[in-house]
Design a protein around this ligand. Structure first.
Ligand code: SF4
Ligand code: SF4
Length: 386
């Protein structure tokens, strides 16, 4: 669908290109670039070391065949795409990275990092798998401090507490703005489609200058607020309001999101790591900054945690806040943790929240597009009847 766009929107559409130019300038001035793969990586610490974090999550199908020369075909497409980009040297962000921060989230990624460290220097963050436990927090604080040592050695810059505090403040400002933008879709009119919101959220993973990016987000908030006040909407007031949850999605791996919106519904809320999982939680700005970072990042409601009550709570809250009429759980093939968790999310949606639920398991290829379109259209009919 063609949707109204705020005047500043082209700047988000061209963000990757701008970001590459900024990275190039930064590198020439001696700044180190850190490639990251996950929402658990405490980016404030990277910035406090004077480095710039960029996301290296593969979202396209093209590099997958190269990855399958080393990795099993029955592995999640996100891992295969990310690794494929690395071995083919086809991603400019990977090429620009001086080192990689990996994390032990799911088994596939963990093992992929063992291979990746042969290509680039890599520091691995070991994650505890439970969240509400003092020993887990102490373990994670220690991991963050080990990351500090690695960053200081690699960048040659000392990470001071003041510097972390400053970075926490700037990152929280960006999170608040992203959340504000997301919440503009919490009632009708909806001034930004789910697809365009995803583009904005995604651009936050390629930022060299955080305060400058925050300024652009402020402009977007202002423009969207004006559009909303004028009644400009990307959808009719009876368009089914969908919450998309599950594995991360992005430009290139957004076919389900597109199909939902092409079928006349609107994705008012992205709960996954492209959306709320990334910006819902703030870091406390007082007290010990290492502990504050550890507390916040450990609470990320990813299915690699067990139990993962935070995701159930977040979906429940967002369903209410966004007046959600249907929940779509989109998981990548062979992502065991999210695919298993789909069972519990279905129960939550149908039995507790009383909202129709659709689980889609797919990959990055286009081979199932028409089949998915039929399933999504049928699901939206159920939503409309509900
Ligand atoms: S879904 Fe989990 S493993 Fe994947 S990026 Fe998000 S936090 Fe990391
Ligand atoms: S989508 Fe699932 S399997 Fe793939 S990297 Fe994320 S958690 Fe791991």
């Amino acid at each position: 669908m063609t949707t109204p766009k705020p005047p500043c929107f082209p700047r988000f559409e061209n963000w990757a290109e701008k970001s590459l130019l900024d990275l190039d300038t930064a590198r020439r001035q001696g700044t180190k670039i850190a490639g990251v793969f996950c929402t658990y990586a405490p980016l404030e610490l990277v910035r406090a070391a004077g480095a710039v974090p960029v996301s290296l999550c593969g979202k396209k199908q093209e590099p997958i065949s190269a990855a399958e020369k080393h990795l099993p075909a029955n592995l999640c497409p996100l891992i295969k795409s990310s690794y494929g980009y690395a071995v083919t040297d086809a991603c400019p962000f990977f090429a620009a990275s001086d080192f990689i921060l990996g994390e032990t989230t799911c088994d596939g990624k963990k093992k992929m990092f063992e291979l990746l460290q042969e290509i680039k220097p890599l520091h691995l963050l070991h994650l505890p798998y439970l969240q509400d436990d003092a020993t887990a927090l102490a373990f994670w604080v220690d991991q963050i401090q080990r990351m500090q040592t690695f960053l200081e050695q690699t960048t040659g810059q000392r990470i001071t507490r003041d510097r972390i505090q400053r970075e926490i403040h700037d990152a929280n400002r960006v999170r608040r703005l992203l959340k504000k933008i997301a919440y503009l879709a919490s009632d009708h009119p909806v001034p930004l489609s789910g697809l365009d919101a995803m583009r904005v959220f995604e651009s936050s993973s390629f930022v060299v200058n955080l305060p400058e990016f925050a300024g652009l987000l402020e402009t977007l908030v202002q423009e969207l607020t004006e559009m909303k006040a004028r009644g400009v909407s990307v959808c009719t007031d009876d368009a089914p309001r969908i919450l998309l949850t599950g594995c991360p999605v992005g430009k290139g791996s957004d076919k389900v999101l597109k199909l939902i919106e092409d079928s006349g519904a609107v994705v008012v809320c992205l709960e996954n790591c492209t959306g709320f999982k990334n910006f819902d939680l703030l870091v406390e700005e007082t007290g010990d900054p290492f502990e504050a970072l550890a507390r916040r990042y450990l609470r990320t409601p990813c299915s690699c945690m067990t139990p993962n009550q935070g995701r159930f709570d977040l979906i429940s809250r967002l369903t209410q806040d966004f007046k959600v009429q249907g929940i779509v759980d989109q998981t990548w093939q062979c992502c065991h943790t999210y695919n298993v968790e789909a069972h519990g999310i279905k129960k939550l949606a149908e039995q507790t929240l009383k909202v129709p639920f659709l689980h889609i398991e797919t990959d990055y290829s286009e081979s199932d597009t028409e089949q998915l379109r039929t399933r999504i259209e049928a699901f939206l009919e159920v939503v409309e009847m509900n």
